[in-house]
Design a protein around this ligand. Structure first.
Ligand SMILES: Nc1ncnc2c1ncn2[C@@H]1O[C@H](COP(=O)(O)OP(=O)(O)OP(=O)(O)O)[C@@H](O)[C@H]1O
Length: 292
């Protein structure tokens, strides 16, 4: 059982300490976390808590002052080809060369042994795009779609995405969910850092909420929904029992203890606000896995 637990860990972050050179405060201090195979993770947190920094540290593009990050048991800071060909990061903002997408794919696919042209066509189709585009002539949203399609088609075991739905049009938000579902498999791990929680809430298997150097929540969506019930109510009914209440267009959004194991969909925005504002009330249901 323990062996299985260790084997499932794709990325392990152990006692990490990191601060930017020009900042006197450490962003992470003795910080530990791990990511398992076969899961889509949502990485949430307020502006500036270090979500993007953590993604860069996980790729070895930033190097910690203390501690270690391993990908499949290899220290990521070694930047070994075996590691680099099996992970991909889609940053929030990026530049692409003004060349045809076909050429871009030809030049870059050789670095990724599991790259699939069939998958790339499938993902482009999902975003209603094709290969015959010049990267220099695309809008930012279109660039994001082709870049994400290439990233997923590399079939790396680890895919890190920073605010992937920022700048996408309304149809592309649901296309994005379909796109991730199509490209996900048991041997991949996808980490999505986002504030656009409505774009991803029925896509995630696991939620991590970061605060200053702390993991406030580190739980599977199924476990969250087993413990908590997310409801919309137009009256004051059940307000006394609620762990957290927030006004909504329908009346009130509430989180209740899921006493009767009812099925409900997660409301990430409500959960996020509840965790930040009412940590102890929610925490009582997740004592075991919350790391302070
Ligand atoms: N290159 C840098 N040099 C110095 N400080 C930086 C640098 N990049 C980020 N920071 C600082 O590190 C902190 C964390 O930044 P980061 O971008 O990782 O946060 P984030 O959680 O992704 O934020 P957001 O949600 O706003 O994107 C912020 O205070 C930011 O100002």
């Amino acid at each position: 059982m323990y062996k299985q637990f260790i084997q499932n860990k794709m990325v392990t972050i152990e006692e990490l300490s990191f601060g930017y050179r020009n900042s006197k405060n450490k962003l992470f201090q003795d910080f530990s976390l791990s990511f398992e195979k076969g899961k889509v993770y949502g990485l949430l947190g307020k502006n500036g808590v270090g979500k993007s920094t953590l993604l860069y540290l996980m790729t070895g593009l930033l190097v910690s002052q203390k501690g270690r990050i391993c990908f499949n048991k290899i220290d990521v800071t070694r930047r070994l080809p075996i590691t680099l060909c099996d992970m991909y990061i889609v940053p929030e903002e990026f530049d692409l060369p003004s060349i045809s997408f076909r050429n871009y794919v030809e030049y870059n696919k050789t670095f990724y042994p599991r790259f699939s042209m069939d998958d790339l066509h499938k993902y482009l189709e999902c975003f209603e795009l094709d290969m015959d585009v010049n990267l220099g002539a695309l809008s930012m949203g279109q660039k994001k779609k082709v870049y994400m399609s290439f990233a997923l088609a590399t079939n790396t075991s680890l895919l890190l995405m920073d605010e992937p739905t920022n700048g996408l049009d309304i149809p592309a938000k649901s296309q994005f969910r379909k796109f991730i579902a199509m490209g996900m498999s048991d041997d991949k791990t996808i980490v999505i850092s986002t504030h656009q929680v409505k774009d991803v809430d029925n896509l995630l298997d696991h939620v991590i909420i970061l605060d200053q150097n702390k993991v406030l929540l580190n739980e599977s969506v199924s476990h969250i929904c087993q413990k908590l019930l997310f409801v919309e109510i137009s009256s004051d009914e059940m307000a006394d029992e609620a762990l957290y209440v927030s006004p909504s267009i329908q009346g009130k959004s509430m989180i209740l203890h899921n006493k009767d194991q009812e099925e409900s969909a997660i409301n990430l925005e409500l959960l996020f606000n509840a965790i930040l504002n009412n940590y102890a009330q929610i925490n009582q249901y997740f004592n075991i896995s919350i790391i302070k």
